[in-house]
Design a protein around this ligand. Structure first.
Ligand SMILES: Nc1ncnc2c1ncn2[C@@H]1O[C@H](COP(=O)(O)OP(=O)(O)OP(=O)(O)O)[C@@H](O)[C@H]1O
Ligand SMILES: [Mg+2]
Length: 585
């Protein structure tokens, strides 16, 4: 996208040296620091069992003092209570953090994922949200604790050294061994885990995409063929998953073997030292517990390696998404008048190289009804999308009141735009909600829009009137009903610019008459109305006629003049403008 004025668009991400996502995480540094502090406390207090054991063996059992035992036990209980509290507080904090993280990022991810599916035909939004959940769960779960606890391994080892240098050395050796195993685990599991994750989400996308066409599949018996294709993907996923699981299970088993062996060897070493009189029995047992504690974080890291890889992948995906769709702060332009101008507009579909619209220039004024005609594939719907600013132009500009349309704040401009796409999609919800564009329900405004669109009576005949649920993608309505409701949705509020892409393709005579009245009404209100159509009849209400052929404007002018020119130019059929008829002044 090379919008000339992009530089003026403030990119909030660029204020930080780090990426948008990292910046968001950085924003939580204080909370993470508090969590870390709790972790320090928890880990310090985890020395309690060792110390207690040391006291019982070396003090209580030597002095035979039950009073000492009571005192030591009480202290131990107090420490454990504090530890439980710290663990609870740390979990609680992280859960809160997860919710806030989600709130903060959810909105931006929602917007970016929406823009991506708009502009690049892009990533499946479901996967994006799975990524968000994945990252949040990792950040607020055991996975992160494992990493927070890891620095404690050296501290426990220092304590072991204090008990006896031999024990400390053993600790170092064991820790290195386990670290090597963790590294091995990473090497062995990374590729298969990532491949399996990718394959899994591909299966999901495939199934989701096909289910939407269930009727076609059923009617033409395509299920068998599709299932075979699905099976190939599914088996690939299963195989990759199996490989990933095998790899991590092998390493996990090895790690466990090493850890248990180490624990017993520590006891053996301690026993030798006791025999040599270099260590007390209490210290021997305490050393054993300490060794367990020292190696546990490493163990945890191995166990949470898979979630870590998942979270890292999720982080990268989200980061790339947010980098491609930075948050923009766009100045407010107030209420549009409805002047629309296209200047040397070159536009194409996302992901397509050749232009569809080739260098179009025209200006449209409020109160004008512009009929756009042309053969199938000539670029009418593409022009419609460019006019409402949903497909970014390659070159040239689309200006609304002299401002490039991408410089308008979408949330502000949107209510002043009425767009009826060729494939009308209504959303799951009631008729009233759909017409009110899922904003605050204002019954008066909804009814007014429906009356202007001539669908009020039709809606009242539905069993539940305005509360009728339209089903997924409006599936409970007929094609014509959807189209008429789509018109009411386009007319809701006070639109200044209306783009109707073949609004009568499914209409009967009553519907078409209502459409004509609606367009006349809109003209009276001073809207700029674009009316794309294949039908001759409705062109009669237009002031201006614009003929597109193969992405080029072949005619543009007052309706009567263009019709006359079309009639005069021998090779020209209506509405197909085959040859280049002379352009009226
Ligand atoms: N999503 C897309 N990706 C790639 N090419 C597209 C896409 N949508 C449309 N096109 C191409 O752009 C050209 C113009 O399509 P467009 O939908 O604008 O035609 P149209 O004039 O509206 O046709 P119709 O009268 O059939 O609705 C076509 O050649 C089509 O192949
Ligand atoms: Mg079209």
């Amino acid at each position: 996208m090379n919008h000339p004025n992009r530089a003026s668009v403030v990119n909030t991400a660029s204020r930080f040296q780090r990426s948008a996502l990292a910046a968001t995480l950085w924003g939580f540094r204080r909370e993470f620091a508090v969590c870390m502090a709790f972790s320090v406390l928890v880990n310090l207090l985890m020395l309690t069992p060792s110390l207690y054991m040391l006291q019982v063996f070396d003090r209580v059992l030597v002095s035979y003092s039950s009073l000492t035992l009571v005192a030591v036990t009480l202290i131990m209980l107090f420490f454990f209570a504090v530890m439980a509290f710290a663990e609870w507080a740390r979990s609680r904090l992280l859960v809160r953090l997860g919710v806030r993280f989600d709130e903060l990022l959810g909105q931006r991810v929602f917007r970016a994922s929406f823009e991506s599916s708009l502009n690049q035909g892009g990533r499946n939004p479901a996967r994006t949200f799975a990524d968000l959940t994945n990252l949040r769960q990792f950040m607020t779960g055991n996975g992160l604790f494992a990493f927070m606890d890891a620095p404690w391994t050296p501290i426990y080892i220092v304590v072991l050294f204090m008990l006896h240098p031999v024990l400390g050395l053993l600790g170092v050796v064991f820790a290195l061994l386990l670290t090597a195993l963790a590294w091995l685990s990473h090497r062995v599991t990374q590729a298969p885990v990532e491949a399996a994750l990718e394959a899994g989400s591909q299966v999901g996308v495939y199934v989701h995409g096909k289910l939407r066409n269930a009727e076609v599949i059923e009617a033409m018996g395509m299920l068998g063929n599709l299932r075979r294709r699905w099976q190939v993907r599914h088996h690939r996923h299963l195989a990759l998953n199996g490989r990933a699981a095998d790899a991590s299970a092998r390493v996990l088993a090895l790690t466990k073997f090493v850890r248990y062996t180490l624990q017993s060897l520590t006891l053996a070493a301690g026993a030798l030292l006791v025999i040599d009189g270099e260590l007390s029995a209490g210290a021997m047992i305490a050393a054993n517990v300490l060794m367990g504690r020292a190696t546990q974080p490493l163990d945890q890291i191995v166990a949470s390696w898979k979630p870590f890889l998942g979270a890292r992948q999720a982080f990268r995906n989200l980061d790339a998404l947010l980098a491609d769709h930075p948050a923009r702060e766009i100045a407010s332009h107030g209420v549009p008048q409805g002047n629309v101008r296209i200047e040397h507009l070159v536009a194409t579909a996302p992901g397509r190289a050749q232009p569809i619209l080739k260098d179009l220039t025209a200006a449209f004024e409020p109160g004008q009804v512009i009929a756009i005609v042309g053969p199938s594939g000539s670029g009418k719907s593409t022009l419609a999308r460019a006019l409402v600013g949903i497909w970014p132009q390659r070159e040239g500009r689309v200006l609304v009141d002299g401002e490039p349309i991408e410089q308008w704040n979408r949330d502000e401009l949107g209510p002043f735009i009425g767009y009826l796409p060729q494939d009308i999609e209504l959303f799951e919800g009631s008729i009233a909600e759909n017409i009110a564009r899922f904003g605050e329900l204002d019954a008066q405004k909804v009814i007014r829009a429906c009356e202007r669109a001539g669908v009020h009576e039709m809606i009242l005949r539905f069993p539940k009137g305005y509360d009728t649920q339209v089903g997924e993608a409006g599936s409970m309505l007929s094609g014509g009903q959807r189209q008429r409701l789509g018109l009411a949705r386009a007319m809701y509020g006070d639109p200044r610019i209306i783009v109707l892409d073949e609004p009568n393709s499914n209409l009967d005579d009553i519907g078409e008459a209502a459409l004509v009245r609606a367009v006349q009404d809109l003209r009276q209100q001073g809207c700029t109305v674009f009316l794309i159509t294949h039908r001759r009849g409705i062109v009669g209400i237009a002031d201006r006629l614009l003929v597109l052929d193969d992405g080029v404007i072949t005619h543009d002018g007052a309706r009567a003049e263009v019709l006359a020119a079309l009639a005069a130019g021998a090779p020209v059929r209506f509405p197909a403008a085959g040859g280049a008829a002379p352009q009226p002044a």
